[in-house]
Design a protein around this ligand. Structure first.
Ligand code: NAP
Length: 298
């Protein structure tokens, strides 16, 4: 059977939403949400892939509730590891290319350097373990594939840190944000564009592999919050907390059920080299999201 079209899982998530706009140029796009198929149901998942027989399977679906995952390890594993493995095996038997997304949370964050694709994983949380296992499943079972490991994803659609900071700065009189975790906010829209470019690449099957994909630059959650509030105030948002008044705290002052890596920096040399990417600085994506949010606000 000649495979055609793009089967997109997680179509209504932060990244999935951006992928819907980008990937339709590759052929018929079939966007699927949890309401269409629960990917934790292996039989349903297999059936829907076989029914559509796509040329590309793009998996933006994931169990992303990092703290809740500590209480639901089996469900996190089913969604983040078993399901991508099934997609990968089905993609291979169809001759389809698979795209999957992973996370900096596969690392323990103890390195002083940005993490390379070849660095050993050592997840600190159930979420991180399940995503690491998903990477292993896809690498073992797919034919042609891309895994893009990213960090601190931000888009206009769905929930994220940027939106939380904007809301809290309007509601509260003070704000304390962790300043000892380092990473790079990464634009969901840009990730979707890179995904399209990767799949359109004439040698895309030969470029199969695991890639670290984040925007350029670096910051902390505290620096990120200050940047968001500075830009938002300039755009006209009425904020009760000024950027300079955001208090810097340590991770120990803000304990969460799932520990976070102190260093979430990813080395993106490989993706730059193989896909010929010039990587935009993180502030570009954040500015775009703020502009999109402002446009729908007024
Ligand atoms: N967000 C980040 O900061 C970040 C950082 C690094 C890597 N990533 C990775 O990037 C990818 C996309 O993340 P995102 O931020 O776009 O996540 P998201 O906004 O939470 O989207 C995930 C989507 O998956 C869907 N989903 C969850 N369980 C499902 C199931 N059993 N069957 C079918 N669909 C299901 C969700 O549907 P419902 O909303 O209806 O539950 C949601 O639409 C994920 O692989 C994530 O691990 C994210």
């Amino acid at each position: 059977m000649a495979a055609e079209g793009v089967l997109l899982f997680g179509a209504d998530g932060q990244l999935g939403h951006e992928l819907q706009s980008e990937l339709s140029v590759l052929g018929r796009l079939i966007p699927l949400t949890l309401a269409d198929v629960d990917i934790a149901d292996a039989k349903d998942l297999q059936a829907v892939i076989r029914h559509h027989a796509p040329r590309y399977i793009v998996n933006a679906a994931a169990y992303t509730a990092v703290d809740k995952a500590e209480q639901e390890p089996d469900l996190a594993q089913a969604i983040n590891a078993t399901a991508p493995g099934i997609m990968a095996a089905e993609a291979k038997s169809l001759g389809a290319t698979m795209v999957h997304y992973s996370t900096d949370y596969v690392f323990n964050g103890q390195s002083a350097q940005p993490y390379k694709e070849t660095d050993a994983t050592d997840p600190l949380s159930v979420y991180g373990q399940s995503k690491r296992d998903g990477d292993i499943e896809v690498m073992a079972k797919a034919g042609a594939f891309f895994i893009f490991r990213s960090s601190w994803v931000v888009g206009a659609h769905g929930g994220n840190f940027l939106k939380t900071m904007l809301r809290l700065a309007q509601e509260r009189d003070s704000l304390s944000v962790v300043a000892d975790q380092h990473g790079v906010p990464t634009s969901a829209r840009w990730m979707a564009q890179v995904t399209r470019e990767a799949l359109q690449h004439p040698q895309h099957a030969d470029l199969s592999g695991l890639y670290h994909l984040s925007n350029a630059g670096r910051t902390t959650w505290h620096g990120y919050a200050q940047y968001v509030l500075t830009q938002a105030a300039q755009m006209g948002w009425q904020l009760k907390v000024k950027p300079e008044d955001v208090k810097a705290i340590g991770s120990a002052d803000y304990p969460l059920p799932a520990p976070r890596p102190a260093n979430s920096m990813l080395n993106t040399h490989l993706v730059q080299q193989n896909l010929g990417l010039t990587i935009p600085i993180w502030q570009t994506g954040v500015d775009e999201v703020l502009a999109a949010l402002w446009a729908t606000k007024v």
